[in-house]
Design a protein. Structure first.
Length: 306
């Protein structure tokens, strides 16, 4: 179960997908993967949902596939047989929850109140779905509700999340991952617009991590021409959302340093390491971390945005 939770954290984003035609399942999964998202939640709102889960996992065995809108213990068994590695429910259904707990199967039930969190903790659940997120106050509502529990449970927000508000959730350590329907909307699937789904997935990943160049220090030594070029380029940098943005600058003989800002240092490190990159231990005082390897001798530091 911990392995699956780790995989959910690494994925960071879970497109919620409703498959009406079985033949659309694999193309949607491929489109998401092409956009950098190897995870999806297939809802049990159609008759082909379980077959869709099977089809995706046959095509992409490493795809992290969950089943959504699971309402009964019988449905739990069907999605397990199909290959789903976890389920998500709209609310806290005790029969479904304890059926999963008794069978050591990861369930992420929907909650929207402290009472729901307490029920989840009593059942020994490590994560819950915050639903419907935006109509329950968004990230501010989640932070207020979760505060008394001091991160004893992680959250998967869903409901009303889109490119305009995903960043607010991505910055929180309480958020395990973010779910949403906007990436693979029904209108795109019905029209076969899989390239649009890929574009949406790429945008979502970029918004989730929020990588931005904070500063670049490139050593030019005695190269006056190179120094002049860098200083000229620096004047053309557009203002960013980072208050202490430092433009390109010439430094001494050292190859240089790139400082890259991110929404959440823990989320960034987990994702980078899952992609084969090595990162030094996080400095909790500065919320920053250095990449172990260099790029052409240039060191790279990750810094969490304020």
């Amino acid at each position: 179960m911990q392995k699956i939770l780790k995989a959910i954290q690494i994925a960071g984003i879970f497109p919620v997908v409703e498959i009406e035609r079985l033949e659309d399942a694999v193309p949607v999964a491929k489109a998401l993967r092409n956009g950098g998202i190897a995870a999806m939640e297939i809802t049990l709102r159609t008759d082909v949902a379980c077959d869709a889960i099977k089809a995706v996992l046959e095509a992409y065995p490493d795809m992290l596939v969950g089943a959504g809108t699971v309402l009964t213990p019988e449905q739990v068994e069907k999605v397990k047989e199909a290959g789903a590695c976890y389920i998500v429910t709209p609310g806290f259904n005790s029969r479904v929850v304890y059926h999963c707990v008794d069978n050591d199967f990861l369930i992420i039930p929907g909650i929207d109140s402290p009472t729901g969190i307490e029920l989840a903790l009593e059942a020994g659940l490590p994560a819950v779905k915050f639903f419907p997120a935006e109509s329950r106050g968004g990230m501010k509502g989640l932070a207020s509700m979760a505060a008394p529990f001091k991160e004893r449970v992680k959250f998967l927000p869903l409901g009303g999340i889109n490119p305009d508000n995903i960043t607010s959730y991505a910055k929180s350590n309480s958020v395990l991952a973010v779910g949403g329907t906007w990436i693979a909307k029904q209108k795109y699937i019905r029209a076969g617009e899989f390239e649009q789904i890929t574009r949406n997935a790429k945008e979502a990943m970029a918004l989730l991590h929020g990588f931005e160049l904070l500063s670049a220090e490139i050593g030019t030594g005695a190269d006056e021409t190179g120094s002049a070029m860098l200083n000229t380029l620096a004047m053309a940098f557009a203002p960013t959302s980072i208050p202490d943005f430092t433009p390109l600058s010439a430094t001494g003989d050292a190859p240089g340093t790139l400082r890259i800002a991110c929404n959440n240092i823990q989320r960034a490190v987990v994702w980078l390491e899952s992609n084969g990159q090595k990162v030094e231990a996080i400095d909790t005082k500065t919320n920053s971390a250095w990449m172990t390897d260099t790029a052409g001798g240039i060191s790279i530091q990750l810094i969490e945005k304020q």
